[in-house]
Design a protein around this ligand. Structure first.
Ligand SMILES: Cc1ncc(C[n+]2csc(CCOP(=O)(O)OP(=O)(O)O)c2C)c(N)n1
Length: 675
């Protein structure tokens, strides 16, 4: 391997002598910190560390090209140099390494090096490879929409470019020509997988396909890094769009303290790369250029080492982390008093559910100027496959209601970034059946932002999606997904079943600081009609509605089944059975007091939903009732739900055989009442 002589001079790039010395100081600090961290790990004082040694040039010089007052950064776990250059204090980094209470990034909840700083626009990172890229795009989209200043820097290893999130984010950044700089630190391995088993062709070349320039550079040369970043930053600030930089580099430590790199690379190879050690060559440059004398450099090294030694002592002595509970939600909704009567009837024009969705979106966008509505087919004149977003683009502009590429992970991932940058996103997933590619973004990112940043960041958004069967949508247009998401701490889940509840719950969801899954039973889009209240109408999250008062048994349900159960209770009445019907509306948080009061009154419970019975949402209801209200029961808790089938089959008659219906509800209720 031939290492090229450096041909660049810092003054030609507009860097002052002091800036170059400063750059070197940060690179040196990163290297020394790494050495300390691995030493602490070997001494058994910290359980896990991730190294950055070898990457200092690409990390530190990149940041020097940015504006720390307006730009945003999303550095990945290996970016110690970037973090230090951005202004993270070594003490804070050591507090995170020791996972102490005062770790400002996560309060000891995350592994070390998961950067986060709300004041300095460093968005909280997870450990999931690649998920940060759509976040960066969403932040840039928010900045562009508002005409705000700022460039977004996002980095990752070459392995991360194999993830779909990376491609989706590159595509989206290219489509909108957003001010994002993708920096790929290609250190030749993704854990043990060499880059030739990871990447087909050249990463930088992929930029062309996403309508942006791509540069392949020596990532160990800080001046080359700085020069390339200057070009990328210049483009972004001038509104010329995104850039991709692939920086060839190498890591000197193993992947993490848990990895044994002798199993996949030779000492000779490591030594060869050490001949182009960015810290060593930068030191040579500084001395050759007479920016410092050797004695001054030695004094600087000692000073850095002293400072780090003190930071380690202080961090190790700091109080332990002791709070695993807080910040799952930004707003914890405490259970209210039990609902024991019917709601006051609402007044308004009679509309169907889809009209209510459309009208509510119009009202919400009108009321909250920071809301954005987007998804597949939602923009333009079409206004969604169900017309839920009809005329929103026309009324509020294509900046606030727009089409996205067919890429669910990036629809949700970019919403995370928009929320981080102060917007209230309302992403739409066209059918719940197609939400699965976004599962990772919803579960690992959206739901955890508040918890993992110890409450420093939140992720307010309303994810709307039509779900459920009964419309001959077959296996891929009739799935129910509520159980997947109700299972996830950090999410709230609602299912409206009347036009009035659509409006009331949507306003509550948009005003809530936490992410809300807003599941629309599409069977009811045209079937369910009811008054749409004009003016202020809010249905609080966590409050069920009693649709019929009764004393013989309680039917617990939601969504389309609330509608069918409404028919069933009429039929039951004819048979002399007085059923109470509870429409849960809010699956998480759950209105337990209302359920409990009803069970105490009726002593019999039938749970109805169209999702699978096995580990369905009803299983949780049944478990809670058995657990907390067992003494009140006079009969086993019954469930009426989809058997263990993958959604509803298409052919005439097949769906009807398994889709829960009013007659089936009656049958189950009669049997239960007789028990
Ligand atoms: C989605 C996902 N899959 C797998 C992992 C486990 N994992 C952690 S780091 C890593 C390799 C990443 O390599 P690369 O992106 O090249 O970055 P590097 O660590 O080399 O800097 C893997 C597979 C993960 N964290 N996330």
């Amino acid at each position: 391997m031939e290492w090229m002589r450096r041909e660049l001079h810092h003054r030609d790039l507009g860097l002052t002598d002091d800036q170059v010395v400063d750059m070197y100081r940060v690179m040196l600090t990163a290297r020394k910190m790494d050495d300390r961290m691995f030493a602490l790990n070997r001494q058994g004082r910290v359980p896990f560390v991730v190294g950055s040694s070898g990457h200092e040039a690409i990390q530190v010089a990149s940041i020097f090209a940015l504006d720390r007052d307006v730009d945003w950064i999303l550095p990945y776990y290996r970016d110690m140099g970037a973090a230090l250059a951005w202004g993270f204090e070594p003490l804070d980094i050591f507090l995170a390494t020791f996972a102490k209470r005062d770790d400002p990034m996560s309060g000891g909840r995350q592994l070390p090096n998961h950067w986060s700083d709300v004041d300095r626009r460093v968005f909280t990172q997870s450990s999931t490879i690649g998920t940060q890229y759509p976040h960066a795009v969403g932040i840039a989209q928010a900045l562009a929409t508002d005409g705000r200043e700022g460039v977004v820097f996002v980095s990752g290893g070459e392995g991360s470019t194999s993830e779909g999130d990376w491609h989706e984010a590159m595509n989206c950044a290219g489509i909108h020509q957003l001010p994002v700089i993708f920096v790929i630190e290609n250190n030749q391995y993704a854990i043990s997988v060499p880059s030739h088993d990871e990447v087909a062709g050249c990463i930088a070349d992929r930029a062309k396909g996403y309508a942006m320039p791509g540069w392949l550079i020596d990532g160990n040369d800080p001046l080359e890094v700085y020069r390339t970043m200057q070009m990328a930053v210049g483009r972004a600030r001038a509104g010329e769009g995104p850039s991709l930089i692939e920086a060839e580099t190498y890591r000197y430590y193993a992947h993490t303290s848990d990895d044994d790199d002798r199993l996949y690379r030779s000492r000779e190879e490591v030594d060869e790369w050490r001949r182009n050690d960015p810290v060593v060559t930068m030191r040579q440059y500084i001395i050759e250029e007479r920016l410092m004398t050797a004695a001054e450099e030695l004094a600087m090294t000692e000073q850095v080492e002293d400072m780090l030694a003190r930071a380690v002592v202080e961090a190790e002595a700091a109080p332990e982390s002791d709070d695993p509970y807080s910040n799952v939600y930004v707003r914890v909704i405490e259970p209210g008093p039990a609902v024991t009567s019917l709601e006051e009837p609402v007044e308004g024009e009679e509309v169907n559910l889809i009209t209510a969705v459309n009208r509510s979106l119009h009202e919400v966008m009108d009321r909250f100027p920071d809301t954005l509505v987007f998804g597949e087919d939602v923009g333009g004149r079409k206004g969604g496959v169900f017309k839920a977003t009809e005329r929103l683009s026309e009324r509020f502009g294509e900046d606030r209601c727009f089409n996205t590429p067919l890429a669910e992970a990036s629809i949700i991932g970019s919403a995370v970034g928009m929320a981080a940058a102060g917007k209230r996103p309302l992403p739409e997933i066209q059918f719940a059946d197609y939400i699965h590619p976004a599962f990772d973004q919803i579960v690992s990112e959206v739901a955890r932002v508040a918890y993992r940043s110890n409450g420093k960041w939140n992720c307010p958004m309303v994810i709307r999606t039509p779900f459920g069967g009964g419309i001959h949508g077959a296996l891929y247009h009739s799935q129910s997904v509520e159980a997947f998401y109700a299972h996830v701490p950090g999410l709230k889940v609602v299912v409206p079943s009347t036009p009035a509840d659509v409006k009331g719950l949507l306003f509550s969801a948009v005003e809530d600081p936490d992410p809300v899954m807003f599941l629309e039973p599409k069977k009811l889009y045209r079937l369910a009609k009811g008054p749409y209240p004009a003016g202020e109408h809010v249905v609080p999250l966590g409050r069920a509605a009693i649709r019929r008062l009764g004393s013989d048994l309680t039917i617990l349900t939601y969504g389309a089944m609330a509608h069918f159960a409404g028919e069933a209770v009429g039929l039951l009445e004819e048979r002399g059975i007085d059923a109470e019907l509870i429409d849960l509306r809010s699956l998480k948080p759950l209105d337990w007091p209302t359920i409990e009061a009803s069970v105490q009154k009726t002593s019999r419970v039938l749970i109805v939903h169209e999702d699978n019975e096995f580990v369905g949402y009803g299983a949780e209801l049944a478990a809670q009732i058995a657990d907390k209200a067992f003494e009140w029961l006079d009969a086993p808790i019954r469930r009426y739900a989809l058997p263990d089938l993958p959604a509803f089959p298409y052919a005439n008659g097949l769906e009807e055989m398994v889709y829960p219906n009013p007659e089936g509800i009656v049958e189950h209720a009669v049997e239960l009442a007789k028990y």
